[in-house]
Design a binder for this molecule. Structure first.
Ligand code: FEO
Length: 392
């Protein structure tokens, strides 16, 4: 069945139902590689699909036009999940000219070493297809330096590639058909892929607003198409400013369950002050899911036992993952148990400070927490909750 976004604008991508890991995170719901065909006096294809999904894309294009008749291939991003099918496509659409940013052109060469006819474009450049006109907008670092958006001026559709995307496979293409899982995955996608570039997101949102272009639909290269784009634009604005709900995320690992006992009391203390609290054991939880929770939290609380005068390897690994994401505007605190020597809380605090989180007081307990010490964990949680409620 053909999926039309507007008259002459079609989704011709592929559905990857079984992708379970992508780049740096788990993708339990799979993904899509969205390519868009624009049929006018000239025919343009915006992005392609990952290698291995070419046949699916060719079949969808073939239901609308002969792929050999494609005049232009717009490469919004040269990463292989979007450019992989170009190798086959350029053999079929032999006369097609490629449009990409300057970095995009270089990146295509570095990946494929093919002498394709690539026209370099920058923000504001346009390409006429006849009645429809495309405008290009640089979106560097959302997600790689080469990224750009393609905007159909007459249909007010922004084809945004990675930005505003989400890893979710579904029979339906539009967010309003898929339901809450779409926003859930978009949140996780922002958290893991985009959060590090929050400052750039803020600048880009302002730039688009200042351009005064109407946006009736956002069509990213992964997941659902947003027919009510205000929903995802507002969410990106909120997330990239570090705005979060009255919520805290507690993560820990444990050796002899002392840190686990502390974690439970800390979480109980937070919740009893009316702050939503989520608790995750790092050894058994999906780290991508935790990062999503952190984006939606004002505070992150990290617990670890001391091992060899330092933090537990799982905690260190998770903090390394989080350091690469560095969500803005978070408060953070450390806690943990120790035996004959301390070290874990010190190491956690160093990592949290390195990520520019606002550091709150810590809590350390020797060996096994007794009743009084568990009470102090509970009170520690309540103090964190006060900070969450205070916000800022
Ligand atoms: Fe979906 Fe940066 O590739």
């Amino acid at each position: 069945m053909k999926v039309a976004l507007a008259n002459g604008v079609y989704w011709v991508g592929a559905i990857d139902w079984n992708l379970r890991f992508c780049g740096s995170y788990n993708t339990p719901r799979g993904t899509t590689y969205n390519a868009y065909l624009i049929v006018d006096e000239k025919i343009a294809l915006v992005d392609t699909v990952k290698t291995g999904f070419e046949d699916e894309m060719f079949k969808r294009i073939g239901e609308i036009v002969d792929p050999a008749k494609i005049d232009y291939i717009i490469c919004n991003h040269a990463e292989m999940d979007h450019s992989g099918a170009m190798l086959n496509l350029m053999e079929v659409a032999k006369k097609a000219k490629v449009y990409a940013t300057s970095t995009g052109k270089d990146t295509l060469w570095e990946h494929y070493s093919r002498d394709w006819d690539v026209e370099v474009v920058k923000t504001g450049d346009e390409l006429s297809l006849g009645k429809k006109n495309l405008m290009f907008i640089s979106a560097s670092m959302l997600h790689w330096p080469d990224n750009m958006f393609t905007y159909i001026k007459e249909d007010h559709i922004l084809m945004s590639n990675d930005a505003f995307g989400g890893h979710i496979a579904a029979h339906y293409r539009f967010e309003d058909e898929v339901g809450p899982a779409a926003m859930d995955e978009a949140t996780k996608y922002f958290a893991v892929i985009v959060s590090l570039y929050s400052t750039i997101v803020q600048k880009k949102l302002k730039e688009i607003k200042d351009m005064g272009i109407a946006i009736d639909m956002i069509a990213p290269a992964h997941g659902v198409i947003w027919r009510s784009p205000g929903k995802i634009l507002d969410a990106y604005d909120r997330w990239s400013r570090g705005e979060a709900g009255c919520k805290a995320t507690v993560v820990f690992d444990t050796m002899w369950h002392s840190t686990e006992k502390m974690a439970r009391e800390v979480t109980r203390g937070i919740a009893d002050k009316g702050v939503e609290a989520r608790l995750f054991n790092l050894r058994t939880s999906d780290w991508s899911e935790i990062i999503k929770e952190i984006i939606e939290s004002r505070a992150i609380v990290v617990g670890s036992p001391t091992l060899n005068m330092g933090m537990y390897p799982t905690v260190g690994g998770f903090l390394t993952f989080l350091k690469g994401i560095r969500p803005p505007n978070k408060k953070a605190a450390a806690f943990g148990s120790y035996g004959w020597g301390k070290g874990a809380v010190r190491d956690i605090n160093t990592a949290l400070e390195d990520m520019k989180f606002a550091l709150l007081p810590s809590l350390e307990i020797k060996y096994i927490p007794d009743e009084d010490e568990l009470k102090s964990c509970y009170e520690f949680g309540k103090e964190i909750a006060k900070e969450v409620i205070r916000g800022g």
